[in-house]
Design a protein around this ligand. Structure first.
Ligand code: AMP
Ligand code: GLY
Length: 422
C-alpha cells in the first residue's frame, strides 16, 4: 500500500516510523516532511493545505491512503475535498470531516457538542462584541482565575488564564476587537477547572473506537511549568495518576458519549480524537478536543503501540474498527524536545546538527530539521524529539537526556525537568 503522510513535525516522523514497520506498506511519502522522514520515505515538496496539488500528486503516484498530521488542513476541509471528488473518494483519508474538525476549530462548537451530549466540561458563556456586557457580568459571577478562549484556531495561543477580574474584562474586549484576528471574534468564557491534566487519544471510524495510551505533555518553555507556552517541550506515557479507575471514568463519561455524539450528529469522523482532560478530585472534565494526534504526544503514544497502525487505519477507512483491538507496550516512554535558542520567541534556523549518528538508547524523531548537502540542519523552533523506553519514567528520561547531551547544535536548549510533577 502506498501511503502519504501530510505534515512536517515530530508527530509526522513518528507516524512515518510506525507505518514503516507495517508489512502492508509498499511505499511511503511525506509532504513536506523533514530530514528524519526523508530517511524513511520520500519527502514531497507540497503544502498540506494546497488541496489541488495534493490531489494531483495522489492521483499521479497512485497513493492508496492519506494520513493527515496537523489540524489546519482538517479544519480547512481536506476530508470533504476528498469525499466530494469522484477520483479521490475511494482513497481513505485519516482525519475527520470539516464538521468533525470544528471540535478543534471552534471552541463554541465543541462546548455546544459537549452540552448536547452531556459530556462533563467547564460551564461557559460564548461572547461576541455585541454581547460584551453580558460577558463582563458572567465574569463577575465567576471565581478567579478567569479562562478566556478564542473560538477559532490561534496556533495554541488562544487561551488566556487571568487572576484579576479587571484585567479579564479588558482582555475580553481586546480579544473581541481582534487580538487573534477572526479567531477571537467569538470568545468563550469558561469556569476554571482546578486539577492536573492528562491527554487521551481515541482512534475512531465514527462508530467504534480504540483508546490509545494516555500522555502528559509539558507546554511551558520554562522549568517548573513557567514562562511562555510552546507547542510542547516533552511528554510522558503512561501517566501514573491516570490509573485504571480514572481511565474507566474517562471512557464511560467522555469517550463513549463523544463517539456516540458524533454518530447522533451525523458527523463523519475517521481519525484521532485527542481529548484534553482535567482530573478534578478524581473526576474527568474535558478542557479541549483536538482532532488529530498530539505533538509531542505522538512521539510517546505511537511507540507504545505494538499493533500494526496501518492495519488499524485500513479498518478505520472501511468502518470496520470494531473488528480490531490494540496491544500496548507496558514500558514507559518519554520524550524530551530539543529546541532552538530563543524559541518560542524568535530564533535562528540553519544550524548544523551533529552527534545524531552516535549509538544511543533513544529513538530520535525529527521535528524542525532539513537535509542540506549531506548535513542535517535546524529548520524550526522545535528541532528534535528524543524518545526513549524505560522500565519506569526515571530510566526512560535518563536515556533521553543522555542522548540529548550527545547531540549538538548552536543554541540547543531543552527542559531538564520533564515528568517533575509525576
Ligand atoms: P486549550 O487550548 O483549550 O487546551 O487550553 C489550553 C490550556 O489551558 C489547557 O491545556 C489547560 O491547561 C488550560 N485550560 C483550558 N481550559 C481550562 C479550564 N476551563 N480550566 C482550567 N484550565 C483550562
Ligand atoms: N502538544 C499539544 C498539541 O499537540 O496540541
Amino acid at each position: 500500500m502506498k501511503v502519504l503522510i501530510l505534515g512536517s513535525g515530530g508527530r509526522e516522523h513518528a507516524f512515518a516510523w510506525k507505518i514503516s514497520q507495517s508489512p502492508l506498506l509498499t511505499e511511503l511519502f511525506i509532504a513536506p516532511g523533514n530530514a528524519g522522514t526523508g530517511q524513511l520515505g520520500t519527502n514531497v515538496d507540497l503544502s498540506p493545505t494546497d488541496f489541488p496539488a495534493i490531489e494531483a500528486f495522489v492521483l499521479e503516484t497512485g497513493i492508496e491512503m492519506v494520513v493527515v498530521g496537523p489540524e489546519v488542513p482538517l479544519v480547512a476541509g481536506i476530508y470533504d475535498y476528498f469525499a466530494g471528488n469522484k477520483k479521490l473518494k475511494k482513497i481513505p483519508l485519516i482525519g475527520p470531516s470539516k464538521l468533525g474538525a470544528a471540535l478543534e476549530g471552534s471552541k463554541k462548537f465543541a462546548n455546544e457538542f459537549m452540552v448536547r451530549h452531556e459530556i462533563p466540561t467547564a460551564r461557559y458563556l460564548n461572547v461576541t462584541l455585541d454581547t460584551y456586557q453580558e460577558g463582563v457580568e458572567y465574569l463577575n459571577s465567576l471565581e478567579p482565575p478567569y479562562v478566556l478562549k478564542a473560538d477559532g484556531l490561534a496556533a495554541g495561543k488562544g487561551v488566556l488564564i487571568l487572576e484579576d477580574l479587571q484585567e479579564a474584562a479588558q482582555e475580553l474586549k481586546t480579544m473581541l476587537e481582534g487580538k487573534f484576528g477572526e479567531a477571537s471574534s467569538n470568545v468563550v468564557i469558561e469556569e476554571f477547572l482546578p486539577g492536573i491534566e492528562v491527554s487521551v487519544f481515541v482512534l475512531t471510524d465514527g462508530k467504534s473506537y480504540l483508546i490509545f495510551p494516555e500522555a502528559k505533555d509539558y507546554k511551558r518553555i520554562g522549568e517548573g511549568d513557567t514562562g511562555l507556552n510552546t507547542g510542547g517541550m516533552g511528554c510522558v506515557s503512561p501517566v501514573p495518576f491516570a490509573d485504571r479507575v480514572f481511565l474507566k471514568k474517562v471512557e464511560e463519561k467522555i469517550v463513549k458519549p463523544s463517539v456516540a455524539g458524533l454518530n447522533k450528529d451525523n458527523i463523519d469522523y475517521k481519525g484521532f480524537l485527542y481529548i484534553g482532560i482535567m482530573n478534578v478530585l478524581g473526576n474527568p472534565y474535558v478542557v479541549e478536543y483536538n482532532v488529530r494526534m498530539g505533538d509531542p504526544e505522538g512521539e510517546v503514544v505511537l511507540p507504545r503501540i505494538k499493533t500494526d497502525l496501518l492495519d488499524l487505519f485500513v479498518a478505520v477507512g472501511q468502518k470496520k474498527l470494531h473488528k480490531k483491538s490494540i496491544e500496548i507496550d507496558s514500558r514507559t516512554v518519554c520524550t524530551v524536545m530539543l529546541v532552538s535558542g530563543g524559541y518560542p520567541g524568535s530564533y535562528e534556523k540553519g544550524k548544523e546538527i551533529t552527534g545524531l549518528e552516535k549509538d544511543s538508547k533513544s529513538v530520535v524523531f525529527h521535528a524542525g530539521t532539513k537535509s542540506e548537502g549531506g548535513k542535517i540542519m535546524t529548520n524550526g523552533g522545535r528541532v528534535l524529539s528524543i524518545t526513549s523506553y524505560g522500565e519506569d519514567m526515571v530510566q526512560a528520561l535518563a536515556r533521553s537526556y543522555n542522548t540529548a547531551d550527545q547531540i549538538k547544535f548552536e543554541g540547543k536548549s531543552c527542559r531538564r525537568d520533564i515528568g517533575f510533577d509525576l
